[in-house]
Design a protein around this ligand. Structure first.
Ligand SMILES: [Fe+2]
Ligand SMILES: [Fe+2]
Length: 279
């Protein structure tokens, strides 16, 4: 597959082509010569019709990978299991944790995996869910990061995330994981919300894959609350990696995408539902 074509199709994103539904969430369809992988499922409302319109047959997916347990990535799980009951699922055991976003102006909001998604996963036969606790290859050239170490402390999780409604226990999103594809010109890295931070994620994947060259990055970068300093350090790192392309999606933040387009120019393509990339 290092020399074969890979097609990525964004099924769900905060924005979308006119004929598709948009919602706050992310889902990506990955097609290689031999595999179809669904990475995240959005909130669940947009996925069925968008997948159908984009001719991505969820019943034919070979595996489902969940980047983390937030509702906007896991809400479509019941639909996926409905149309594809035997699909293997890869996720970290922490996806089921109750979690909350607590904002002074917005109060407490539950952002956990929806109950229906949890019930659908818990009801699967043993062996269908693969609990990812460490980096692992799911195909010869495709890997999942497992939990991501965070040596770059300036990269926080990107929001006021807590494990309790009183805001006493910060949620470090230990279940956050990314996927990599080893292509003939380096790694393509797929992230959901990138709660571990982009530098932490990329450096971890470089280390565990043994491959240095970063060809491209696709997914939500969760920089909308980030400081100017963090955004600048992130851009410097992307420039140092000399990526061929970066596709910021979902939670990256509108202003950040604009400044990324100004700073990194033709390497940047804003993600949206319906965007396809052939690599
Ligand atoms: Fe998200
Ligand atoms: Fe998230």
């Amino acid at each position: 597959m290092k020399n074969g074509k890979i097609k990525l199709t964004i099924l769900v994103d905060n924005s979308a082509d006119d004929n598709l539904s948009a919602e706050h969430g992310f889902s990506l369809w990955i097609e290689t010569a031999s595999q179809r992988i669904l990475f995240d499922t959005g909130q669940g409302t947009a996925l069925p019709a968008n997948a159908c319109a984009l001719e991505c047959d969820l019943s034919q997916a070979d595996m489902l990978v969940l980047s983390h347990g937030h509702y906007d990535h896991t809400g479509g799980v019941p639909h996926v299991l409905n149309v594809n009951p035997g699909i293997p699922v890869y996720c970290h055991a922490g996806v089921f944790l109750p979690r909350y976003s607590i904002r002074p102006e917005g109060g407490v909001k539950s952002i956990s995996m929806p109950q229906q998604s949890r019930a659908a996963l818990v009801g699967l036969p043993s062996g269908q869910i693969h609990w990812v606790a460490a980096p692992q290859l799911i195909q010869p050239d495709i890997g999942i990061s497992g939990p991501i170490p965070r040596p770059h402390a300036f990269e926080d999780t990107g929001g006021p995330f807590f494990l309790d409604q009183d805001g006493h226990r910060p949620d470090l999103l230990d279940d956050d994981q990314a996927l990599w594809i080893h292509t003939d010109r380096g790694l393509v890295i797929i992230v959901g919300c990138c709660h571990s931070g982009l530098l932490n994620t990329v450096e971890h994947i470089r280390r565990v894959s043994g491959i240095d060259r970063i060809r491209g990055i696709v997914g939500g970068l969760h920089l909308h609350n980030a400081s100017v300093q963090r955004v600048e350090k992130t851009y410097r790192a992307i420039a140092d990696w000399d990526v061929e392309f970066i596709v910021p999606c979902h939670c990256t933040g509108k202003d950040v995408v604009s400044s990324m387009l100004d700073t990194l120019d033709d390497k940047v393509q804003q993600g949206r539902g319906g965007l396809t990339l052939v690599i």
